[in-house]
Design a protein around this ligand. Structure first.
Ligand SMILES: [Fe+2]
Ligand SMILES: [Fe+2]
Length: 430
């Protein structure tokens, strides 16, 4: 199919097939335990690039007749900074024979190119140089692997770019690379399909909340998930937590943070949609969304549920003890929220301390019916000023440490912000 010559294996040649297959089996086992789609795509790309020794890679997922860039890594361009990466996400290309990835999805076949600038003119696909031209990157060897589910449906394409030899020189992908990537791709596709289903279930549930409270838009919840994992990553790194533990925690945190306000589903419309400031008794009913959220997810079976319950309950607590719902003794049977002593500092779980910063940040930078978005410097000042009062000072440090990434996420999801103007937010910082 593709413009490629058969080459001797390189990069992985010094390892035995058995070692590599064992490694792939282990990775396969790991990826089946990941629930969050973004964490999963990150892990898949990272591992595939490791065993092919490739500089960069992108995972496209199928959306209708198009492929959408859903995850991208590039050691040369992005290095350790991931803020730049966000600007390339969501770009779409059609599924047809005009591009390498489009052609892999269209035909369901592996496409391997030794040099993207010297594609055999007999091929129908061409290499679009726009990305290279705008970024200064030089794409050379490219492997495009369709991701097929057990029912042979193409759910996306994994594109791996610029294999390198032991000296770091960019070389064509070897036959062995193709075999191992093909082998791994089957399991990757099944894990991706499962994670997409999980994400869709979560989004469906969030849509139900959105019907009730139009302020809880897809944009807000997506930003909340993304901000929270970035803040956690920095916080955990500062403490020297092992990378695998950080990854597992983030896997649960993204989904659980998205569900922080799901308890609002049980709050009456008269309060949820009131276009004015809430009376004290109405506000005390509104505060019950923390308890309802906890009850919704309280479960011993799933770690994500347990974390979602914890966040729902803790995201309005404040470091200095002035938040709510406070120290409740019987969460499952509580009918009304009377003021309980607030939880303070480390009594509040770190998930709640992180989501609190993310939620207030997002409320302040977004336009709401009763307020214009605050400008960045004012928001940053506010967050810093509230370290030790509303917020955990160390979480604020972590937030500041990844501020460029947070701002990139906010820019990426701005398209949903307009919708948030439709309804007031009686539950946010004034
Ligand atoms: Fe809330
Ligand atoms: Fe929120």
């Amino acid at each position: 199919m593709a413009a490629k010559k058969k080459k001797e294996p390189r990069g992985i040649s010094e390892k035995t097939d058995k070692d590599i297959l064992q490694k792939i089996l282990k990775i396969t086992e790991d990826i089946h335990n990941i629930s969050d789609i973004d964490i999963l795509l990150d892990k898949i790309l990272f591992e595939v690039r490791k065993f092919t020794n490739a500089e960069a890679g992108t995972i496209f997922l199928t959306e209708g007749n198009n492929l959408r860039i859903s995850y991208t890594q590039n050691d040369i361009l992005f290095g350790k900074s991931i803020s730049n990466r966000y600007k390339y996400l969501n770009h779409e290309i059609p599924i047809n024979e005009t591009s390498m990835a489009g052609c892999a999805a269209f035909t369901g076949k592996l496409i391997v190119v030794d040099d993207a600038y010297k594609i055999n003119p007999k091929e129908k696909f061409i290499f679009n140089r726009d990305f290279d031209n705008s970024s200064g990157y030089r794409t050379k060897s490219v492997l495009n692997m369709p991701l097929k589910t057990a029912r042979n449906r193409v759910i996306g394409v994994m594109q791996i770019i610029n294999a390198r030899d032991e000296k770091g020189k960019v070389v064509p992908f070897s036959e062995k690379d193709e075999i191992y990537v093909s082998y791994f791709a089957n399991d990757a596709a099944i894990a991706i399909e499962k994670a997409i289903t999980t994400r869709q279930m979560v989004l469906r549930m969030l849509r139900m909340v959105e019907f009730r409270d139009p302020k809880e838009t897809g944009g807000h919840v997506n930003r909340m998930g993304a901000y929270s994992v970035e803040i956690y990553h920095q916080w955990a790194k500062d403490r020297g937590f092992p990378p695998e533990l950080i990854r597992r925690f983030k896997d649960k945190l993204r989904i659980a943070a998205m569900l922080h306000d799901a308890g609002k589903i049980a709050i009456p419309d008269s309060i949820l949609k009131k276009p004015a400031k809430l009376e004290p008794d109405e506000f005390s009913t509104m505060k019950m969304h923390t308890i309802f959220g906890y009850r919704l997810f309280e479960s011993k079976d799933s770690e994500i549920d347990a974390m979602a319950a914890e966040i729902a309950l803790a995201h309005h607590e404040k470091w200095d003890g002035t938040g709510y719902p406070g120290r409740i003794t019987d969460v499952m049977n509580l009918k009304k929220l009377d003021s309980a002593p607030g939880k303070t500092d480390l009594e509040i779980p770190v998930t709640g301390r992180i989501v609190a910063v993310a939620d207030v940040y997002d409320a302040l930078v977004s336009k709401r019916i009763y307020k214009e978005p605050w400008d960045e410097s004012r928001v940053v000042e506010y967050i810093k000023d509230n370290a030790g009062r509303h917020f955990d000072p160390e979480v604020v440090d972590a937030f500041m440490g990844v501020y460029d990434v947070i701002a990139a996420i906010r820019d990426k999801y701005t398209e949903d912000k307009e919708q948030e103007e439709q309804a007031p937010n009686p539950d946010s910082v004034k």
